[in-house]
Write a protein that binds this ligand. Structure first.
Ligand SMILES: *[C@@H]1O[C@H](CO)[C@@H](O)[C@H](O)[C@H]1NC(C)=O
Ligand SMILES: *[C@@H]1O[C@H](CO)[C@@H](O)[C@H](O)[C@H]1NC(C)=O
Length: 230
């Protein structure tokens, strides 16, 4: 009997470690990601540059002191500093973003499928929040000002809203070399090809007129102005 419990406990632990697994732990100092198929070692979807040829530039990005352009429908913009911009981040399980907000700008509800986010406010005020998963869907919020730090747990839908008449800016660390982002509004209402009207009417228990309104920002004429799908 006790051995059954032990086996069950070990199985649970093994599964738990699988479930908790995120970016794999590197087994070398680094693997500067390059797109050179002649290199034999391939980690996290990229080939490793010969470590002897790595330079400071492989681990470097400049310009994050500059605000991004917030002239878009949502009034916010994310400037990434992930493995795409910094190839030396490959396999290291970490990256960052800068987020700028114009007055009353919003970073719409979204989720990062591969990362917990830890955000620090550089300037301004942000009303931030996340919603717990389906067991309760509890909304957890906080009003942040300069120097305040807030955590958005991995995978949970969250938002940041500058509900003030001044600009705001934040930096955020992400526990992945490339956290990914799923914007709730554009993913649901701007999918390409579209999710059918019938499915959206059923899912949201809404009339077609409501679905038409929610789809409107993602019609081809409107999409040119959107930049929230970074
Ligand atoms: C910001 O983006 C808008 C819209 O794309 C563009 O018209 C404007 O020139 C940009 N401003 C700067 C400073 O790049
Ligand atoms: C922003 O919104 C939150 C939540 O509604 C509120 O507590 C806070 O006072 C607001 N801040 C400003 C500057 O309006």
């Amino acid at each position: 009997m006790a051995s059954h419990i032990l086996v069950a406990a070990l199985t649970f632990l093994a599964l738990a470690s699988l479930v908790l697994a995120s970016d794999p732990s590197p087994v070398q100092d680094f693997c500067v990601g390059i797109d050179d198929p002649n290199r034999a070692v391939f980690v996290n979807g990229r080939f490793c540059k010969d470590p002897a040829l790595a330079t400071g530039d492989d681990f470097y990005l400049s310009g994050l002191h500059r605000p991004g352009n917030t002239s878009n429908l949502q009034g916010s913009v994310v400037t990434p500093a992930n493995v795409v911009q910094i190839p030396g981040l490959n396999t290291l399980g970490i990256s960052m973003v800068r987020i700028d907000f114009r007055p009353f700008g919003l970073n719409p509800p979204h989720t990062h499928p591969r990362a917990t986010e830890i955000l620090v406010v550089l300037e301004g005020t942000l009303y931030v929040g996340f919603v717990t998963s389906s067991s309760g869907n509890r909304l957890i919020t906080k009003v942040l000002t300069q120097g305040d730090v807030f955590v958005f747990p991995e995978g949970l839908i969250h938002f940041q809203y500058n509900n003030a008449s001044t600009t705001a800016a934040a930096l955020a660390g992400m526990s992945s070399q490339n956290s990914g982002v799923i914007m709730v509004p554009s993913t649901i209402f701007g999918a390409n090809p579209s999710i059918s009207d019938e499915i959206l009417r059923h899912a949201f228990q809404a009339d077609q007129s409501v679905i038409d309104i929610l789809r409107a920002p993602y019609r081809p004429a409107a999409t040119a102005a959107r930049t929230d799908d970074l």
